[in-house]
Design a protein. Structure first.
Length: 155
């Protein structure tokens, strides 16, 4: 009797949630649209920031505050530094081969670090690779802090 009541309650809740979600999704999609000409104008007016511009770096140093252009430049420089290392690949390597420290070898740490993972039975019995996995997922947008990190605990 209790199983039937719980199953009925779960079914009723899921039906009400899905019906509410479908109603709000359909109602709110009419408010969004893309103006293609505005997007094209934005791309036409944008500047190439793939290389570090000395003028923007000087602007960054001279003023002491970050202007919008200097922030773009700083982000471009940081992405170039960690651009050759993929956060997704590091996460996948950590998930499947974390106990062997292969993700740390990929990120460019010294040999001792990932050998330490092997010698400590998967990084203190798998705790260190698990924390590495969570840290990489949380900071997937910018992993430059973990590239060429020489510490055993990368966080």
């Amino acid at each position: 009797m209790m199983k039937k009541a719980l199953l009925s309650l779960a079914l009723a809740c899921s039906v009400s949630i899905f019906s509410f979600a479908s109603e709000t999704t359909v109602a709110n999609t009419d408010a969004y649209f893309v103006n293609d000409s505005q997007v094209e104008n934005m791309f036409a007016a944008s500047a190439d920031i793939s290389e570090a511009s000395p003028a923007l770096l000087a602007e960054l140093d001279a003023s002491g505050t970050y202007t919008a252009a200097a922030k773009k430049q700083q982000n471009a420089v940081l992405s170039v530094k960690s651009g050759d290392k993929s956060a997704v690949l590091a996460i996948v390597l950590d998930f499947f081969l974390g106990g062997l420290g292969i993700h740390r070898a990929y990120l460019g740490t010294k040999t001792f670090t990932w050998v330490g993972y092997i010698l400590t039975c998967g990084g203190i019995f798998g705790i260190v690779p698990l924390v590495d996995f969570v840290v990489l997922i949380i900071n997937a947008n910018d992993i430059s802090e973990y590239v060429d990190n020489t510490r055993f605990f990368m966080w």
